[in-house]
Design a protein around this ligand. Structure first.
Ligand code: G
Ligand code: G
Ligand code: MN
Ligand code: NA
Length: 254
């Protein structure tokens, strides 16, 4: 209950912020960034979303918080549209299952896009498998309505949940993200290497782009590249950054 009321106060007092982690190609060019939520608590310091998203999902606070994340990311996109260095970037936003399952989700995203002036084609929505396993027809309809506006969809944490390959085939996804849990030991654990390879081949045969997250070493990146992966995210390239730091990095990498 204490954490719950602190979350509401935090939203009121503008204690939440987004950091942006670059997404890069093999040559180091930055094509986009994942928006990652942070809570700057006056006493506790920077609190990780891992510590409050589960509670927020449970008590419904994820709905106003998730809306704030979308508003903030779209405002950033609209701002970058006028910055020649940054206008090409896409921004990927994590949307939790409860947020996505709202009946009003599509209308909310469209309203936020229109009010911010962000280009929908620069917005990617990251969904986890948990968002997709119930009411597949409803999920497809929501995705299709936003895709018609140009919004892209990415499956986060693929391979860690319960979605089946039959589902994957039906969903109008654009990209699959290889979970960092498979990347971490990719050079030492043959099972992780086999899963990562399988995801890359599967994405390719379904006509989907693929991105690997949690890439920390050049050896991991090279292995992934040899399997056909062309997009990467991870500490090898950059930690999640405050906006001015991302802008400097993009500037330097062009
Ligand atoms: O950035 P970090 O590694 O601390 O993120 C921890 C977890 O929180 C990850 O699972 C990430 O997907 C999730 N997360 C980060 N930002 C958001 C957000 O804006 N919304 C939701 N729903 N989850 C987020
Ligand atoms: O669940 P999701 O994939 O959205 O979570 C992304 C999380 O992974 C973020 O909290 C981010 O801080 C973290 N992260 C990003 N890059 C790396 C990395 O190279 N190594 C590790 N250990 N974590 C990372
Ligand atoms: Mn993510
Ligand atoms: Na992930």
């Amino acid at each position: 209950a204490e954490l719950e009321s602190a979350l509401w106060v935090g939203l009121e007092k503008e204690q939440f912020l987004l950091q942006y982690q670059p997404q890069v190609l093999a040559d180091g060019r930055i094509t986009g960034a994942e928006a990652l939520l942070r809570w700057r608590h006056p006493e506790r310091g920077m609190v990780s979303p891992a510590e409050f998203i589960p509670l927020a999902e449970e008590n419904g606070f994820i709905l106003p918080l998730g809306r704030w994340v979308l508003e903030s990311a779209c405002a950033q996109l609209a701002h970058w549209a006028h910055d020649a260095r940054m206008a090409h970037l896409s921004v990927a936003v994590n949307v939790s299952a409860r947020q996505f399952r709202q009946d009003a989700f599509v209308a909310e995203v469209i309203e936020i896009l229109e009010r911010s002036g962000a280009n929908p084609a620069r917005l990617k929505i990251e969904l986890t498998e948990n968002s997709l396993v119930t009411d597949i027809e409803g999920v497809i309809a929501k995705m299709a309505a936003l895709k018609a506006r140009g919004v892209g969809f990415l499956l986060d944490d693929f391979g860690t949940g319960y979605s089946s390959l039959a589902y994957l085939k039906r969903l109008p996804l654009d990209q699959i993200k290889i979970d960092q849990g498979f990347v971490r030991d990719i050079l030492v654990d043959p099972n992780d290497a086999a899963i990562a390879k399988m995801v890359i081949v599967l994405a390719d045969s379904l006509g989907l782009a693929v991105i690997a997250e949690g890439v920390e070493t050049e050896a991991q990146r090279l292995f992934l590249e040899q399997q056909g992966c062309v997009a990467y995210q991870g500490y090898l390239f950059s930690r999640p950054l405050a906006v001015p730091d991302l802008e400097s990095l993009v500037d330097a990498s062009q």
